[in-house]
Write a protein that binds this ligand. Structure first.
Ligand SMILES: Nc1ncnc2c1ncn2[C@@H]1O[C@H](COP(=O)(O)OP(=O)(O)OP(=O)(O)O)[C@@H](O)[C@H]1O
Length: 382
């Protein structure tokens, strides 16, 4: 079944590129299965469970190459990871990475263990690399970039949460972007789960710096609002150039949060986890009021950006803005003005991005309801 061809140059490459034949690749669009040849080009990323490779695929009959795509390989048949396939198969949104094909295939370098391969659309970089690029050059992302990226994250969350899907690992390295078009797509649904109301889920999910305070204190009946906390951390990171809460261990993470928000209420802690017996961090660690604290910590940020940040970085999940309320926030008001343009950084060509930001599907229009009139650019309002 495995064939390795040597010497078929691809994409102008001079060196040999490994190819292999997979008898049964499922096409996500129509569910049909076909034998396909896979040609891997380079590694795009590495995670705790597997690797992500850039690759092209071709149907054996036509030998016409499709791609390049990003193929995520994770060990097959574990309940935890197959959720990722299930969720990607059932989502379709411009700001959620799109699944194109999938198949199982053994990995020779891992005792022929079966790996699940998710063939997804490929984007050039992550928000983490973009934030670092600016930071290392002594800058933070320009405000229009922050607006456009935050809006697209909130749009993806509004869609996912209305399907009950909680991503549970929002962080800049799980957010793909194309810096030339400023298109953004959330990826890595390896921790995602459809949450059922009042049903417990594990609290030990989400990367430490981006964990909602209710998770830190051990809440097991949480909601999709944990993702909104992650959105706040990502927004803060775009404004600051580095993670805003860098706790040295899981509980010290709460102390870092209290340095910006003030101490958590005891009632919040015990509502999140009635048997919590960890540190409470009740000491006030700064003298000024909270808005003054934000201005001090984010001296260059636009006031509307800080107002939004203060409304999403809220201890009580019910009081945190919902994604649809993030979308109507005045931070995005400029984007609604005629001729709103974002100039990509570096030598990238200047483009108007407005149309891609507002291509709402019928489903999205339905879930947004009357709020659509507070979101759409004035030129698109009848
Ligand atoms: N569709 C894609 N296009 C381009 N690069 C991608 C794509 N998907 C993933 N990557 C790259 O691979 C990295 C790892 O992907 P992903 O987070 O899905 O894997 P993971 O095994 O779950 O990782 P982790 O354990 O860090 O969460 C990403 O940070 C990104 O750099």
């Amino acid at each position: 079944m495995v064939r390795v061809f040597n010497g078929l140059p691809s994409l102008g490459a001079q060196k040999t590129t490994p190819e292999y034949l997979v008898q049964s690749v499922t096409n996500q669009q129509d569910g049909s299965t076909h034998p396909m040849v896979i040609q891997e080009h380079r590694k795009l990323g590495e995670g705790a469970f597997g690797t992500v490779m850039e690759a092209s695929l071709s149907f054996t009959e036509t030998r016409e190459w499709l791609g390049p795509f990003a193929i995520k390989k994770v060990p097959a048949q574990t309940e935890y990871k197959s959720r990722e396939l299930e969720i990607l198969r059932n989502t379709n949104h411009p700001n959620v990475v799109g699944l194109k094909f999938f198949y199982n295939y053994p990995d020779k370098s891992d005792h022929d263990k079966l790996y699940q391969h998710l063939v997804m659309e490929s984007l050039p970089c992550t928000l983490q690399t973009e934030i670092k690029l600016f930071y290392n050059a002594g800058y933070v992302l320009p405000t229009p970039h922050v607006q456009v990226y935050t809006f697209q994250i909130a749009r993806a969350m509004n869609y996912l949460h209305s399907l009950g899907i909680c991503h549970r690992d929002i962080k800049p390295s799980n957010i793909l972007i194309d810096p030339a078009s400023l298109i953004l797509k959330i990826c890595d649904f390896g921790s995602a789960k459809k949450l059922e109301p009042h049903q417990p889920s594990v609290s030990y999910i989400c990367s430490r710096y981006y964990r909602a305070p209710e998770l830190i204190v051990g809440c097991t009946i949480y909601t999709t609002q944990i993702d909104v906390w992650g959105l706040g951390c990502v927004l803060g990171e775009m404004l600051m150039g580095k993670p805003i809460f860098q706790g040295q261990d899981p509980l010290l993470q709460l102390k870092e949060i209290s340095k910006l928000l003030g101490p958590p209420d005891r009632s919040f802690i015990f509502k999140s986890n009635p048997s919590y017996d960890g540190p409470m961090y009740q000491d006030r660690l700064f003298a000024s009021d909270v808005p003054a604290r934000y201005t001090k910590v984010f001296p260059k940020a636009a006031p509307e950006a800080l107002d939004l940040l203060m409304r999403v970085l809220v201890y009580e999940p019910e009081r945190r803005l919902r994604p649809r309320h993030v979308l109507v926030h005045p931070f995005f008001a400029d984007m609604r003005q005629p001729g709103f343009k974002v100039t990509p950084s570096g030598n990238r060509p200047s483009i108007v991005v407005t149309p891609q930001l507002y291509n709402f599907s019928k489903f999205e229009l339905q879930i947004l309801g009357d709020d659509v009139s507070k979101i759409l650019p004035y030129s698109l309002l009848k």
